[in-house]
Design a protein around this ligand. Structure first.
Ligand SMILES: Cc1cc2nc3c(=O)[nH]c(=O)nc-3n(C[C@H](O)[C@H](O)[C@H](O)COP(=O)(O)O)c2cc1C
Length: 380
């Protein structure tokens, strides 16, 4: 009986191990989109379905920036640094004046570092876009392709695949470069069934090429100086990308060092704008407050990184974090929100990240931020 149990256990472990290995071995394709009103996201979901259709690949849907749109607010945000971890990328964006949207452009402008490392060379990429009337949509995809070409990516076009099967009684967003949706033509729901079908075929195509090319491209991260690579890799491995240090909005310094202590105060500024401004529980919900807290803590870490000249290994410990939240009367979940900042600090610094903490609510905060975080770190 005992032997039978041991044999059963061994078989079970083998099955589980093989399952996990098979999962790890599958092609991983990122579906990375920017969307203002959700149209591009609808296409992204269809592309993801196509990627996973034949069971050979996994699709990971992420967006380029935090969005307040109800459809998009829970979708994870990709960092530029993680792009090279995938075997293929399907990029999605709205068409803006016959070009890439500003949101996607802003994200691509953060890829200078990975471009210098040749990190995307040889990785397959495809582009889909949500358009209004469709004016300039092929120009927009071609414009997008230019950026991917500079990265040395392998571009996968749609060709005329699926054309025989689409509804030709109404205009469709098919192009030989990639799928689009004609969102402002409302005689059918958009993306139309045909556009969704084409997006799925495009997903199948990128999955096929990504699977064939998987592992054939060399990631040239070795070219980085060793000290810089160590630090960057540490954050990269954790999936964390630090923002630019926000410029002071008054007569103060981003940080002050006194002896071995660094003092920092930050609010939820991202790219010069406050993320999810207003009062928690009145103007913004719990989830938005969590995102604002994360943005604020990332700002703190960016300032700290500057204070130690880019070498976070010089941080001896996080001494104290104080979270101040702009809340409506009677609000009581400050500690839950502040855990976002505390968890992030422990994620980066491990034991050295454990700290004393204070949290409080306020009736208003500067620049209408929902969060302010005050931090004290001890450094070498
Ligand atoms: C600034 C701006 C410029 C636009 N330019 C174009 C354009 O040149 N051609 C077009 O077909 N649609 C254009 N549109 C419409 C968007 O591409 C369309 O609304 C798209 O579906 C939005 O995608 P989303 O729902 O993912 O935000 C433009 C929209 C904006 C806001």
């Amino acid at each position: 009986m005992r032997i039978a149990r041991v044999v059963f256990l061994m078989i079970w472990v083998m099955i589980m191990t093989n399952g996990i290995e098979a999962q790890q071995d599958r092609t991983k394709v990122l579906v990375l989109f920017y969307s203002d009103s959700g149209g591009t996201y609808e296409l992204a979901k269809e592309v993801a379905k196509g990627i996973e259709k034949n069971g050979q690949a996994i699709a990971v849907i992420k967006q380029t920036a935090v969005s307040a749109h109800p459809l998009l607010k829970d979708i994870p945000v990709a960092s530029a640094d993680e792009l090279s971890a995938y075997d293929g990328i399907a990029f999605g964006s709205p068409v803006y004046f016959g070009n890439i949207s500003t949101g996607m452009s802003a994200f691509l402008s953060k890829t200078v570092d990975i471009w210098q490392r040749h990190a995307l060379e040889g990785i397959p990429a495809t582009v889909f876009m949500s358009a209004g009337s469709g004016a300039g949509r092929e120009l927009a995809i071609q414009g997008f392709w230019n950026s991917l070409a500079v990265h040395g990516m392998i571009i996968v076009p749609s060709g005329i695949r699926g054309y025989e099967h689409i509804d030709k009684t109404t205009p469709q967003g098919n192009t030989v470069l990639g799928t689009t949706s004609l969102a402002s033509l409302k005689n059918v729901a958009r993306p139309s069934e045909s556009e969704r079908y084409l997006a799925q075929l495009q997903g199948e195509a990128i999955a096929k090429v990504a699977s064939a090319m998987k592992g054939t491209f060399v990631k040239a991260e070795k070219t980085l100086p060793v000290a810089k690579a160590d630090h960057k890799n540490m954050l990269k491995d954790l999936g964390i990308i630090l923002p630019e240090v926000p410029a002071p909005a008054g007569n103060y310094q981003p940080f002050v060092r006194s002896g071995n202590l660094i003092f920092i105060n930050q609010v939820a500024l991202q790219d010069g704008k406050i993320v999810h401004p207003g009062k928690i529980g009145a103007d913004i919900d719990e989830n938005q407050a969590r995102q604002a807290t994360e943005v604020t803590m990332l700002n703190v870490l960016a300032v700290l990184n500057k204070a130690v000249d880019g070498d976070l290994k010089k941080v001896v410990r996080c001494v104290q974090l104080t979270g101040i939240f702009n809340t409506k009367e009677g609000y009581s979940k400050h500690a839950d929100l502040m855990n976002i900042a505390s968890d992030l600090t422990v994620k980066v610094f491990g034991e050295r990240g454990k700290h004393a903490r204070g949290t409080l609510g306020a009736s208003s905060l500067p620049v209408n931020s929902a969060v302010e975080i005050q931090a004290i770190f001890e450094v070498e």
